[in-house]
Design a protein around this ligand. Structure first.
Ligand SMILES: [Mn+2]
Length: 373
């Protein structure tokens, strides 16, 4: 598999050791995770990205002491950004891996973690002293120093109370226990809910490779809504109360109606495969600002590679791509799983006509591209 060709970003630690000892457990500082690190885009290129409509960006300024915290949402015209000479501001650009090949390649170096957990690669540019204040994230994150220096202070504290007087999530009582200065190529891993603050020492750029952690209530709400939408094929079953007697307490909810409500939800949950299908569709759903450019598909399609914006996953019964699910078996399933795992597929001319047609559709939609290997 291709991922094994990529050099490790974990220093002397193996992916197995990292997942066993640090992932979701404790921070890890890796000096020279990427030796001889070169920035993957210039400040000017980053500012250009932040000016585009389909790119999510934020500008944070202030230091929480002399100047109050402020946050604005992009897009930003380059001249709308503060002068470079002004200290204490940060430009955050999300999803850079969806727009720049080099960042998609960087993202691929973290594929020892399931793709289902991946969120995106964010780039932050900070002028001297810039930062977003002490905070914690709901993500696992790798903070890779790309250019210049940033001083990180971190804390294992349990008190995660937030200030209520600022437009950002900033902690009210941050008590850092460790300080470290990151140089280009150094990388800090932080588990979710781990308090941290990074301050630029001179102008700097940091790349955050983030891994989302679904929250139970949000996940349940989303899945229930999806499977109930998918359940509409059957004839509608309506509540009936032919046995309802006359009541003297009109406001009391009938027990039969309570039971009907309970059974309605239970019925949805008795379809584990539908639930798994909804999960895969949800996990591969492109973010709202993501769009693909359609293109012509060559008549003879020999090989394809997935577009960097494409999210593709699979489970035992389905293959999922960009919010859609396909039920497949046998050789076709094997080929699509290979495409999902390696993000490329060869010898397409030898596949079943159905599968070649499907791949041609995906190429036309811009989800995949013709490739030569
Ligand atoms: Mn953070």
């Amino acid at each position: 598999m291709k991922k094994h060709d990529l050099p490790s970003v974990l220093g002397g630690i193996s992916p197995a050791e990292f997942m066993r000892d640090y992932w979701q457990r404790k921070p890890l500082l890796i000096r020279q995770a990427i030796p001889g690190m070169q920035a993957l885009l210039t400040r000017k290129e980053l500012f250009e990205l932040a000016s585009e409509e389909d790119v999510e960006s934020r500008l944070v300024s202030g230091d929480g002491e002399l100047k109050p915290w402020r946050m604005q949402h992009g897009p930003f015209k380059p001249r709308a950004l503060p002068p470079l000479s002004r200290p204490h501001w940060t430009l955050l650009v999300q999803g850079v891996d969806l727009h720049v090949d080099a960042f998609a390649n960087l993202r691929d170096r973290f594929r020892f973690i399931p793709d289902a957990r991946l969120d995106d690669v964010m780039v932050s540019y900070a002028s001297d002293g810039g930062g977003v204040g002490p905070h914690f994230d709901s993500y696992d994150v790798f903070l890779l120093q790309a250019q210049g220096q940033r001083r990180w202070r971190i804390s294992a504290q349990k008190n995660l109370a937030l200030r209520d007087d600022v437009p950002l999530k900033i902690m009210s009582q941050f008590k850092p226990s460790k300080t470290m200065l990151l140089e280009p190529g150094d990388m800090l891993y932080l588990p979710p809910q781990y308090a941290h603050e990074g301050v630029a020492v001179g102008e700097c750029m940091t790349y955050s490779i983030g891994f989302r952690t679904p929250e139970r209530h949000e996940l349940a709400a989303e899945l229930l809504s999806r499977i109930s939408d998918a359940d509409t094929d059957a004839a509608p079953v309506r509540y009936r109360d032919t046995d309802q007697a006359a009541v003297s307490h009109a406001a009391l909810i009938p027990a039969g109606l309570q039971q009907f409500a309970m059974q309605s939800v239970q019925k949805l949950l008795q379809q584990p495969r539908e639930l798994q299908c909804a999960l895969g569709e949800m996990l591969t759903e492109p973010k709202s600002q993501v769009w693909f450019e359609s293109q012509d598909c060559p008549r003879q399609l020999k090989a394809v590679h997935l577009d960097k914006k494409t999210r593709m996953l699979y489970d035992r019964h389905f293959v999922f791509i960009n919010g859609e699910s396909y039920r497949c078996q046998g050789e076709d399933a094997h080929c699509l799983r290979t495409l999902a795992d390696t993000r490329r597929l060869e010898k397409i001319d030898s596949l079943s006509p159905q599968l070649s047609a499907l791949l041609a559709d995906w190429v036309q939609a811009g989800w995949a591209h013709p490739a030569k290997f």
